[in-house]
Write a protein that binds this ligand. Structure first.
Ligand code: FES
Length: 622
């Protein structure tokens, strides 16, 4: 086979690919992250690039218009070089490298309890051995630990045994010992650190974003946090496309290296900003959905999407940073939060732990509205859960100008004059470059209640100058090009609204199906907790008004932000939380909606704003 050189601008990076490989393969090889919602199947149109120079063959695709072709705009995944070639990746195709402002943390996550971290540090001053006191170095350390209050059998890792003898002698028989609370085993030893080496990291591995937080394991204080787009997005926007990608040659290893690159980048960023070296980190807790946890560990997730939907594992032993591939001290213990099943993962057990619903008598509805939608109903006695295939719309996926809730995202919208642009607030305060979940909810509500769209989400083009024809559909100008960061209109189209209606319909149908199965009316819910990346400006009233949330008393609602991250943080700090994670994973009953009678009917009925059955939303009719 011949090979061709592909030069990728604006990075001026050149890679070599085999003759039958696509431009998408070339971009992957270069490591430049791009949007590719369908994972290279030619179905999403997100991987558009411009061919500047060279021969190529592009497969015909309805997502590429004749005008696009005239400007050499092609889909990277459907285009194959016929010579050395130069391409440019436009801004819209590039996955932003920017760090994302972390979401507000869960307000009820901090429990007043004694801190009992995953790994404890003991600063020991040992007696020097003598002919009369000639026990081994390890036994001497264990004796020191017992004197410091550690009870029961104490184990020790081989790596620690190897470093113990010189360490003790070089430091005058003083050392710091790191003990894993789960089994009282010594996982590391080091020079006396003066108390600096005591950080844990909590990591939420979301399908769309990865959030990392440094936590002081002795005070419980959060040191700093950062989020970044999950670079696996280049292999598909949702877990199904990622699983499909994992089945390609090197697909699994590629996905593993992309998630590790993302996590390690957030760690690097925090160490740089906080001035705390990564050597200060002694353990980590990671929380993610079942597929993300499989991909992180390079465990084949293939059977998660094949009936009867069985994951390879739902609980993992405590591993080391070296085994996982985290760029922190190699012997640091790494815990992954336990999953319930293929579609209710460690992010949900973690979020439920953080929410405290497992300790409450109140009948609680927990909704995680992220790249997927997961629903849990229950209390301290019982819990039932389901996953709705809502898709990533509320995190910006599948929405033309959608983006996650980060700097530059429009987070709230209010229409005062139907013929003028709406009033917006933008995260970070600058000019907008996209729309995040909370603003999408505002838009649907405003457009509907101003009469600009009907119950089915179709525009009424005659009543507003802000509604324009956009390609083959209609769209509403949310921010005109003069007022946007990239100089292009930010719009919401009928296609976007249809996606949002499907997403909110799937979530509603999940809640409604579970409640019907339990024979519990909506009014009996005592608390409604909402987690996920919708944005800190989530407006409960408007969320109810479009039929995303149930029409119950507003004081029952609480927005938790990134509850999965909060749960991982709790697991770093509390033995009780670590126990609860396991109990929740064991006790939660999973309901497969695809085989539950009535789900499809509920879904179809919810494909209207707010719903076909107006009696479910009495406060809206008034
Ligand atoms: S169309 Fe190319 S990645 Fe979706």
């Amino acid at each position: 086979l011949n090979s061709f050189k592909v030069t990728i601008n604006p990075f001026n990076k050149t890679v070599e690919i085999a003759e039958n490989s696509s431009l998408y393969d070339a971009i992957h090889k270069s490591g430049i992250p791009i949007h590719a919602d369908c994972g290279g199947e030619g179905k999403c149109g997100k991987c558009r690039v411009i061919v500047d120079k060279g021969d190529y063959r592009s497969e015909k695709n309805r997502l590429v218009t004749p005008e696009d072709s005239a400007r050499n705009i092609v889909l990277a995944c459907r285009t194959f070089p016929g010579s050395d070639i130069t391409i440019t990746i436009p801004d819209k195709t590039l996955l932003p490298y920017d760090y994302i402002e972390p979401l507000r943390s869960c307000p009820i996550a901090i429990k007043a309890e004694t801190i009992d971290p995953l790994v404890k540090r003991f600063s020991l001053r040992l007696e020097e051995p003598s002919l009369d006191d000639n026990i081994s170095d390890l036994e001497r350390v264990k004796r020191g630990l017992k004197k410091a209050g550690v009870s029961g059998a104490i184990g020790c890792s081989l790596a620690t045994m190897r470093k113990l003898a010189p360490l003790l002698r070089e430091n005058g028989w003083m050392c710091d010992i790191y003990l894993l609370s789960a089994d009282n085993s010594i996982v590391d030893a080091g020079r006396p650190s003066g108390g600096s080496r005591k950080l844990g990291i909590a990591i939420d591995i979301g399908t769309t974003t990865v959030a990392t937080e440094f936590v002081d394991l002795e005070s419980g204080r959060s040191i700093a946090s950062h989020s970044l787009y999950n670079r696996q997005i280049s292999c598909g926007a949702d877990i199904i496309h990622r699983i499909v990608f994992s089945q390609k040659d090197d697909g699994l290893e590629k996905l593993r290296s992309l998630i590790l690159a993302t996590i390690n980048e957030t760690v690097k960023k925090i160490t740089g900003e906080s001035g705390r070296p990564r050597e200060d980190i002694i353990c980590a807790v990671l929380s993610g959905n079942t597929t993300m946890e499989h991909l992180l560990l390079a465990i084949d997730p293939k059977y998660i999407r094949e009936e009867p939907y069985i994951p390879a594992a739902t609980r993992f032993p405590i591993l080391t940073a070296q085994a996982v591939g985290l760029d922190i001290p190699p012997h640091s213990p790494v815990m992954l939060t336990p999953s319930v099943g293929s579609y209710v993962g460690g992010d949900i057990t973690s979020g439920v732990t953080a929410s405290g619903m497992n300790n409450s008598d109140q009948l609680t509805l927990f909704m995680d509205i992220g790249t997927n939608g997961e629903i849990v109903i229950g209390n301290s006695e019982w819990m039932i859960a389901c996953a709705c295939s809502a898709g990533p719309a509320f995190e910006g996926g599948g929405i033309g100008d959608g983006m996650t809730a980060t700097s530059g995202a429009i987070e709230s919208v209010k229409i005062f004059d139907m013929n003028r642009p709406p009033v917006l607030t933008v995260i970070g305060g600058g000019q907008p470059r996209g729309i995040c979940g909370s603003a999408m909810i505002d838009l649907m509500s405003e457009l509907y209640y101003c009469g600009l769209i009907n119950q089915k989400g179709k525009f009424n083009p005659d009543i507003s100058k802000m509604i324009r024809k956009i390609k083959n559909t209609l769209g509403y100008i949310v921010a005109p090009k003069e007022r946007t960061e990239h100089g292009k209109d930010i719009v919401i189209t009928e296609i976007d609204i249809a996606n949002l209606i499907r997403a909110k319909g799937a979530i509603w149908a999940g809640v409604s199906t579970l409640l019907k199965k339990l024979e519990i009316p909506f009014g009996d819910l005592q608390r409604v907790l909402i987690a996920g990346g919708l944005g800190n400006s989530l407006d409960i009233e408007r969320s109810v008004s479009i039929g995303l949330l149930p029409d119950v008393e507003r004081d029952k609602f609480c927005y938790l932000g990134n509850a999965s991250l909060s749960g991982a943080r709790l697991a770093l700090l509390s033995e009780k939380a670590r126990r609860e994670l396991d109990e929740i994973a064991s006790k939660m009953t999973y309901v497969d909606l695809s085989t539950t009678p009535g789900y499809m009917d509920e879904f179809v009925a919810a494909l209207f704003i707010p719903h076909t059955d107006a009696s479910l939303f009495p406060s809206m009719s008034s």
